[in-house]
Design a protein. Structure first.
Length: 454
């Protein structure tokens, strides 16, 4: 029954901070500005702090530099009133919000800065102000607790469609599915500067996948057998997780019981929809601005205790969605008109029509791409419906388009990072494409590797 505590600790341990004590966070000064709704809302955070870590621990955990004493990870967990559905929404650390409080004029900044200004109470109040939801319970911990949690569980499954590397976190894994120890899993969930789509949204999705995997394992192993054993493991949880005064043993037992009995198709993961991904604010830096309409629809759905998957107000359905950003895809095209049309669609195009063959090959356009460029090639193919795709290891990162004799139609594509990295998805669908289904097929990561930079 120890694994219930592991699951709950996981939700609070995806962070870049130091382990905190088990004493309660005072809620006396926390405003209750959120609107009461149906169901239960739990805010779980991880704190970025290096306080108390030795130089050896920093090297082992790959966390050099100074902590910000701010929240590095934030997840809002909504349990439905009937306890048959959970919606886990990640709030990116760089979200630009107005802090709660009575300061005139009101202070604005990254949402992770609320903790440095007023600890847990101001963090809760700021999330309530930004979302309009009432937070019923608050949990907080740090990354060493996450490391111990994963090790206690026997490792965590991490997966990726393509190789991922990040010097800052020490992450370096190949494509596929891997069994990581606590240290390896920590690198996977902390990485922000990966070679593929760097930034917080990709990191948040990886965190969600790890949570998804461990919750699935808890369910498959029958970890929730009775309330007495559940209470015993929650007491273990309280040794590494900090709560507010409104959150007691009985609350955590109910939360753990609910999470352990959820079906995969009724466990939802999402990230707050973003409108501006690099909004520069003097004195604050690069921030993320929420999409006003879509984020409001998200919070309204949670407040009304409705599912968030399948709601087109939260996630509109594009007519021709693209898996990659055309502005980051170099393309060589041997036809001037098609090159012009693709360029107008946002692709980085080089017109090679002067060297095109005098006699075109029969059939539709041929799109050739190098290994690892599958998403780029699929995006070009979405713009050129009916094209043929062909992998060519001899190519570089440029996608080659050779026209044939068939008529060509260039179709506008829509790229939405919110879809690629954070669209609402149920647990049964939140997995890497092509990854082995069985955990036993995973390759070990972390345990047999040096603890320094990888």
């Amino acid at each position: 029954m120890r694994r219930i505590a592991v699951a709950l600790t996981l939700l609070t341990a995806l962070s870049c901070g130091a382990v905190v004590g088990s004493q309660a966070v005072s809620a006396a000064s926390a405003p209750t500005g959120g609107v009461g709704g149906r169901g239960t809302n739990i805010l779980v955070v991880g704190i970025d702090s290096r306080a108390g870590l030795s130089a050896a621990e920093k090297r082992r955990l790959h966390v050099g530099g100074k902590g910000c004493n701010c929240t590095d990870v934030m997840m809002l967990v909504h349990l439905s009133e009937n306890r048959r559905r959970a919606s886990i929404v990640s709030i990116p650390r760089d979200s630009y919000v107005t802090y709660a409080g009575t300061t005139v004029p009101a202070l604005s900044g990254k949402i992770n800065g609320a903790y440095a200004l007023g600890g847990g109470p101001l963090t809760v109040a700021t999330v309530e102000k930004a979302t309009g939801l009432h937070i019923d319970h608050y949990l907080e911990t740090g990354f060493t607790g996450f490391e111990r949690t994963v090790d206690n569980l026997g490792g965590a499954t991490v997966c990726t469609d393509t190789p991922l590397r990040d010097e800052n976190s020490g992450l370096d894994i190949g494509a596929g599915r891997h069994l990581a120890d606590g240290n390896g899993a920590l690198r996977y969930v902390r990485a922000r500067h990966v070679n593929l789509r760097p930034g917080d949204l990709g990191r948040v999705r990886r965190q969600q996948r790890v949570v998804n995997d461990l919750l699935a394992r808890l369910t498959a192993e029958g970890a929730l057998n009775g309330p007495i054993s559940t209470a015993r493991t929650v007491r273990t949880l309280l040794k590494t997780v900090r709560t507010d005064e409104r959150t007691g043993l009985d609350d955590l037992v109910r939360i753990g019981w609910a999470l352990g009995h959820l079906r995969a198709d009724r466990t939802e993961f999402a990230t707050v929809p973003i409108r501006l991904f690099d909004h520069r604010v003097p004195g604050v830096g690069s921030t993320l601005v929420w999409d006003e309409a879509r984020s409001a629809a998200l919070w309204n759905a949670l407040g009304a205790d409705r599912p968030i998957t399948g709601d087109t107000r939260i996630q509109p359905i594009a007519e021709n969605p693209a898996p990659a950003d055309p502005a980051r895809i170099p393309v060589r095209v041997d036809d001037e008109a098609v090159a012009t049309a693709l360029s107008a669609n946002g692709f980085v195009v080089t017109d090679t029509s002067r060297t095109a063959p005098a006699v075109r090959p029969a059939g539709p356009p041929l799109i050739r791409y190098a290994t690892g460029q599958e998403e780029n090639a699929a995006t070009v193919a979405a713009a050129l419906p009916g094209s043929r795709l062909q992998a060519d290891p001899a190519l570089d990162a440029v996608v080659e388009v050779t026209l044939g004799t068939a008529p060509v139609r260039v179709k506008t594509v829509t790229y939405d990072r919110n879809v690629v990295d954070g669209a609402p998805a149920t647990a049964d669908r939140l997995r890497c494409a092509g990854a082995p289904a069985a955990a036993g097929d995973a390759r070990p990561v972390g345990a047999a590797e040096p603890s320094g930079r990888r």
